[in-house]
Write a protein that binds this ligand. Structure first.
Ligand SMILES: *Cc1c(COP(=O)(O)O)cnc(C)c1O
Length: 225
């Protein structure tokens, strides 16, 4: 990890480009979200100087204190679990929420958003007990409810699969999310173009399975303590 941020960014960009090519997908069908959680504003500034504009944070409190110290003009996405009582602050600081995991939370965001708020619904496709996320059979009703809202717009789905050192073992969870998306588009008639899946060690598999947002922390900013 002695590389500069720019060198690490170039490596990640290269991996994304190769994965897109192998999947027969255009490079611009996948966006890179730089996950700056636990890293200081200086790290964000360095990334911004390298041209990164899209940042992900997993805690509202951390984001609330960090974002005002970062360059302006960046886009911030929430990727971690959000408590309903923090929906107001989240709607103020984030331009997109990847981790909406209940109807109650969606309603709270709808209440507090001033302008259109794109969201993704987090689904626990693996059924792993420790994970946040809706059950697959709960998602359709939430999409129907969102279609009646004025501010919140569901753009797709997100998942965090159980960790496996072998990214190939994660493939079934990514394909499950994509299949669920296809099924929900048919069932609800709502376009769901976005799939937020893939992290530092499994972005290639995620892109092969249709990811449109890869959320990369470690391979850009170094390991977290
Ligand atoms: C921390 C985090 C990431 C980034 O993980 P890395 O393995 O460091 O790339 C992605 N998604 C979520 C939800 C996270 O909390």
């Amino acid at each position: 990890m002695n590389d500069t941020f720019l060198q690490r960014l170039e490596k990640v960009e290269q991996r994304i480009a190769v994965a897109c090519e192998q999947a027969g997908r255009p490079r611009d069908s996948v966006r890179l979200l730089a996950v700056s959680k636990t890293k200081p504003p200086e790290a964000v500034r360095e990334a911004a100087e390298c041209g990164v504009r899209l940042f992900g944070e997993n805690r509202v409190q951390e984001a609330q204190s960090k974002i005002p110290l970062c360059p302006v003009g960046l886009e911030w996405h929430l990727i971690g679990h959000l408590q309903t009582n923090k929906a107001k602050v989240a709607a103020k600081f984030f331009q997109m929420i990847h981790s909406v995991d209940s109807l109650k939370l969606l309603q709270a965001l709808e209440c507090h958003a001033d302008i259109t708020l794109p969201v993704l619904l987090q689904v626990n496709v693996s059924g792993e007990a420790a994970k946040f996320g809706m059950k697959p059979d709960e998602v359709a009703a939430v999409i129907d409810a969102a279609n009646q809202m004025q501010k919140c717009e569901v753009h797709g789905l997100m998942t965090i699969p159980p960790f496996s050192p072998d990214p190939e073992k994660t493939r079934i969870h990514f394909s499950a999310l994509r299949n669920l998306r296809d099924q929900l588009q048919n069932e609800t008639g709502t376009p769901l173009p976005e799939l937020s899946m893939g992290m530092s060690h499994d972005l290639e598999v995620a892109i092969a399975e249709g990811s449109t947002w890869v959320r990369i922390g470690t391979d850009l900013f170094g390991s977290r303590n």
